[in-house]
Design a protein around this ligand. Structure first.
Ligand SMILES: Nc1ncnc2c1ncn2[C@@H]1O[C@H](COP(=O)(O)OP(=O)(O)OP(=O)(O)O)[C@@H](O)[C@H]1O
Ligand SMILES: [Mg+2]
Length: 233
């Protein structure tokens, strides 16, 4: 039997403000799946992803990612967990005072890639994302859409076997959105697992990928793709 790459069992998340962001979330995502996490603003998509990359702890419930029991008390392998994935966070989390290239090569150099190779790889992905002319610019000087593309480049430069992307095309125009989707489709076809959170139903409907629909912190249908059930809005 194939083992899930992501397992969430009865996960609840209540913020100190008493807002219940996730309520009894149970789901499994298998290696090689492309899965949209779909739901309107405030439905819990970012909370769910932040729990998967251990930037947030659930209030209760169990989460296993890449075979690591990340919710077990005393779990300390956050570095190892994040090495095994690419992350595009909704707020980009870029090093603002560094250049575009430095933001991308940083991730490679800490995993032992020689500087020249890291730079070459960074430039290649920047070319794919139409940012080659901005390679030496500081993040401060970029628009939101350009920063988002740098965040995507940083996550993809390692060809991660698991990509967690939170609204990664939210600041991009239609043409660039399609280009990013093509790059992700290519990564998926090479075998990577992709989890893509978005509130844009139009985007989801263009693809026949699995959809996990979330509303008010609850999974409505996590078993199979059925884009007809996604709420417009
Ligand atoms: N750090 C926090 N402290 C308190 N409440 C939070 C926090 N983060 C999120 N929330 C609340 O939890 C709920 C889910 O938020 P979340 O950011 O996960 O939604 P989302 O689906 O990602 O929304 P969006 O599409 O706008 O990004 C919302 O009601 C939000 O206000
Ligand atoms: Mg969000």
């Amino acid at each position: 039997m194939i083992e899930a790459i992501i397992q969430m069992q009865h996960v609840f998340k209540t913020y100190p403000s008493q807002i219940s962001a996730l309520s009894d979330v149970t789901l499994e995502i298998f290696p090689g799946e492309f899965t949209f996490i779909a739901g309107p603003s405030g439905s819990g998509k970012s909370t769910l992803l932040r729990i998967l990359y251990c930037s947030e702890k659930p209030t209760s419930g169990e989460v296993i990612v890449h075979g690591m029991h990340i919710t077990q008390p005393g779990f300390k392998k956050i570095y190892q967990l994040r090495q095994a994935m690419g992350i595009v966070s909704q707020d980009f989390k870029l090093l603002k005072d560094r250049t575009v290239t430095e933001n991308i090569t940083f991730a490679l150099e800490v995993t032992g890639h020689p500087r020249e190779e890291a730079k070459w790889k960074a430039l290649e992905i920047l070319r794919h994302l139409g940012l080659e002319e901005r390679e030496s610019d500081s993040i401060f000087s970029l628009s939101a859409g350009e920063q988002q593309r740098v965040a995507i480049a940083r996550a993809l430069v390692n060809s991660p076997s698991l990509l967690l992307a939170d609204e990664p095309t939210g600041n991009l125009d239609a043409k660039m959105t399609l280009r990013v989707m093509d790059i992700l489709t290519d990564l998926h076809q090479k075998g990577s697992t992709i989890v893509f959170a978005t509130q844009f139903t139009g985007l989801i409907k263009r693809y026949s990928y699995r959809v996990i629909q979330i509303l008010n912190g609850q999974i409505l249908d996590g078993r199979k793709a059925d884009t007809n059930k996604i709420h417009q809005g």
